[in-house]
Design a protein around this ligand. Structure first.
Ligand SMILES: [Zn+2]
Length: 342
């Protein structure tokens, strides 16, 4: 697989806890082909890596079939990634097998392609910036609410990664100093109220304290059936337990969004991820709490919107990530050439 640095298609992979989604993508964001495989978890990441490489080989075969040169490979992963080394951090909760794996060099060696690897929500933020609602803006934040609550941040037209890739982790901003414990070791994080698993846990806790005939009927007596879509349906019907959990989640997200506003003053904050598919029942109180907690002048200039990207946003994210890294590399080379010429 020989990468063509300046033209052709991008091979894009979104690594998730249950599946790997890959696509062959045009630089304008058109997905020419897409495949998904299960994330195989065994030992120290070998299973995941093997599946990832098979997926990439399949995508490269597709590109060859289309007679299109491959420009490179972009990969989004559900954890922090060190910018300089492309090494995955230790807090990759959904796929601990990938912790500490230097994924960029592993994939570069295996494929011969130029590879960009970063956190999947950073990638989503770049996808919104390149293909979505944030086109043309300079200060954008992304909040993805799903199994976790992830964040991505673009300031002054640059993705903010921080010293070790943890910048923009809005999900682990403390919104209640003595609040619910979080897997990160802290307490009262936004995630501990708003993530999918935490929504379900809070419903279960309330039902254990005060059983409800409505929920017994909704779940046919099986608490294992409680999931975010069911919770939002129950809240929509005015169920008190569901309303309380949704209200708390919205307040926590609103406080997190307000912290982003006060810290970074972005032009747009985009909320996405599976939980946000609930729509206005969550967006409306999140906007209201964000206005309550943030500086009025700052939040007044911030558009708080829901992601409009498709279900394949992860693939678009990995694509945007590769294109962004390529652009930055060209910028650096350009600067060096200019300096050498002086
Ligand atoms: Zn946390």
């Amino acid at each position: 697989m020989n990468g063509d640095p300046d033209r052709g298609v991008i091979l894009a992979v979104d690594v998730g806890g249950t599946g790997l989604a890959g696509g062959v993508v045009d630089p304008d964001g058109t997905i020419l082909s897409a495949h998904t495989v299960a994330t195989e978890r065994r030992g120290r990441g070998e299973g995941v890596l093997r599946n990832l490489l098979e997926l990439v080989t399949g995508l490269a075969d597709d590109a060859r079939m289309f007679r299109l040169p491959v420009r490179g490979l972009g990969v989004g992963v559900p954890g922090a990634v060190e910018e300089d080394t492309g090494r995955i951090g230790t807090d990759i909760q959904n796929i601990p097998e990938l912790a500490n794996v230097p994924l960029r060099s592993v994939l570069q060696e295996a494929t011969g392609l130029r590879v960009a690897v970063d956190n999947d929500v950073n990638a989503l933020c770049l996808a919104e910036w390149r293909f979505g609602q944030a086109q043309g803006l300079r200060h954008v934040a992304m909040v993805a609410v799903g199994t976790g609550v992830g964040g991505g941040l673009i300031l002054n037209g640059s993705l903010v990664r921080g010293a070790s890739g943890y910048a923009g982790e809005i999900g682990h901003i403390t919104v209640d100093m003595d609040g619910r414990p979080c897997f990160c070791g802290s307490r009262g994080c936004v995630k501990a109220y708003a993530s999918g698993p935490d929504l379900v846990a809070q419903v279960r806790e309330l039902l254990e304290a005060a059983p409800s005939p409505v929920w017994a009927e909704l779940t046919a007596g099986d608490p294992g059936r409680i999931d975010p879509p069911l919770l939002f349906r129950a809240a929509d019907r005015g169920d008190a337990v569901a309303e309380a959990v949704v209200a708390k989640a919205a307040q926590a997200l609103g406080a997190g969004v307000a912290a982003l506003v006060n810290l970074c003053n972005p032009e747009m904050i985009i909320l996405g991820g599976g939980v946000m598919e609930a729509g206005e029942i969550l967006m409306e109180p999140v906007r209201r709490w964000a206005k309550f907690y943030a500086f009025e002048r700052a939040v007044g200039g911030t558009r708080i919107v829901r992601s409009g990207l498709s279900k394949q946003s992860g693939i678009l994210g990995a694509t945007a990530l590769f294109l962004y890294d390529e652009h930055r590399r060209h910028e650096r080379l350009g600067t060096r050439h200019a300096r050498d010429a002086m």
